[in-house]
Design a protein around this ligand. Structure first.
Ligand SMILES: Nc1nc2c(ncn2[C@@H]2O[C@H](COP(=O)(O)OP(=O)(O)OP(=O)(O)O)[C@@H](O)[C@H]2O)c(=O)[nH]1
Ligand SMILES: [Mg+2]
Ligand SMILES: [Zn+2]
Length: 359
């Protein structure tokens, strides 16, 4: 198996050189379960696990755990059932979200993806939601990958044009593709984006048809899909792990579990790129620290009054901004705590030294 078909290129080879010199082999993480993961080596697929040394680096905060899409340096350990992951190559892009219950750590959803297909569904349920698309876009902007908006289940919609226009108002210049994964039309429009062994990831709530889309692109029913419950149209979280697939027509695609909620991680300037019209107006406000509430000379309030700025967009901008401020506060608190613990350790260590010296 040629690693190029899994996205390997000259730049990865250059980044890998020191590991090659150390006798390690390159591999890509294609599936992740708790603890272990499936990797793709030049010689084929294998199960792998982080070595003790690597785990230690992770605990010390010097490394991240490998995620799907990562390129890793492995010790093949031919006599062991599992190959040992010694290092993760520095990521080109990284789609991450806040880890549940661990406020200050980001969780890698997909690494080294060139583009993110933000999937919605036109089934008149909750699969189509503009604020959600805007949130997803903030997440994509923070990742460094390109965004494409996919409107699936177009076979269930009688006014596709209207939905496309609405979506366009949320994502601005991001390309939009309306398609039907089940009937198969429109699906081919996604293939050019993956050409040249590029890597894409499907992002969207449960039940919008991400796995159905993987199957449509693979031309085979490999990913399990399940009907959305009628009562609440919320889907069932059929897919539970992240996995990378090779598309026969070229490229790689990661299927993820539908995220119930996600917080854009590290989305700073990204908000401005998702809401460029608000950012442009804010620059014209009289005060640099204008909160666009009731300050005199506020260009945002003026535009809202004139109707040239959509109230819905501004409200969503504000709510994301508030959330971001909250996350930053939490992160600062986490950093303060870590610093405190560090100094405690240093003080203890100094005490030890003095004790020995006094003897
Ligand atoms: N009518 C119609 N139904 C579709 C389409 N795509 C998917 N579905 C149906 O929607 C349901 C959910 O599809 P899945 O592919 O399991 O959704 P998912 O996004 O992978 O969901 P999770 O794995 O839970 O995140 C299934 O019953 C599919 O058959 C489509 O284009 N048209
Ligand atoms: Mg699925
Ligand atoms: Zn203002």
């Amino acid at each position: 198996m040629n690693l190029r078909e899994w996205g390997w290129d000259e730049n990865w080879a250059a980044a890998f050189a020191p590991h090659a010199a150390a006798g390690l082999e390159p591999a890509r993480v294609v599936r992740q379960d708790r603890g272990a993961c499936e990797i793709q080596l030049e010689t084929g697929g294998r199960t792998a696990e982080p070595t003790g040394r690597f785990r230690h680096a992770v605990e010390a905060g010097e490394a991240d755990m490998p995620g799907v899409g990562d390129w890793v340096a492995v010790d093949p350990r031919p006599t062991c059932a599992r190959a040992g992951i010694e290092a993760v190559l520095s990521r080109r892009t990284c789609l991450s979200r806040q880890e549940v219950g661990r406020a200050t750590r980001a969780q890698v959803l997909a690494a080294n993806v060139d583009l993110v297909f933000m999937v919605s569904a036109l089934d008149a349920g909750r699969g189509f939601n503009l604020p959600r698309i805007e949130r997803a876009l903030a997440l994509v902007r923070a990742s460094g990958a390109e965004a494409v908006a996919v409107l699936n289940k177009a076979d269930l919609c009688d006014d596709i044009g209207a939905r496309v226009r609405e979506a366009q108002s949320a994502v601005m210049d991001v390309p939009i593709v309306a398609l039907s994964a089940i009937e198969g039309w429109g699906v081919d429009e996604l293939r050019p984006w993956l050409a040249g062994n590029r890597t894409g990831v499907l992002l969207g709530p449960s039940g919008v048809g991400k796995s159905a889309l993987v199957n449509a692109l693979l031309g085979a029913g490999i990913q399990e899909t399940q009907p959305v419950r009628e009562e609440d149209a919320r889907g069932r979280h059929t897919t539970t792990r992240r996995e990378l697939f090779r598309i026969p027509s070229g490229g790689l695609l990661i299927d993820t579990a539908g995220l119930r909620e996600f917080q854009p991680w590290g989305a700073g300037e990204e908000l401005d790129s998702v809401f460029p019209e608000v950012a442009a107006l804010a620059e014209q406000c009289r005060f640099r620290d204008c909160r666009h509430e009731a300050e005199p000379g506020c260009a945002v309030q003026r535009a809202l009054g004139e109707g040239s700025l959509e109230a819905r967009r501004f409200e969503h901008y504000l709510s994301l901004k508030r959330e971001q401020a909250y996350q930053e506060q939490k992160r600062d608190l986490g950093a303060q705590l870590a610093e405190k613990t560090r100094w405690k350790k240093i003080a203890q260590w100094q005490k030890e030294i003095f004790r020995h010296r006094d003897r």
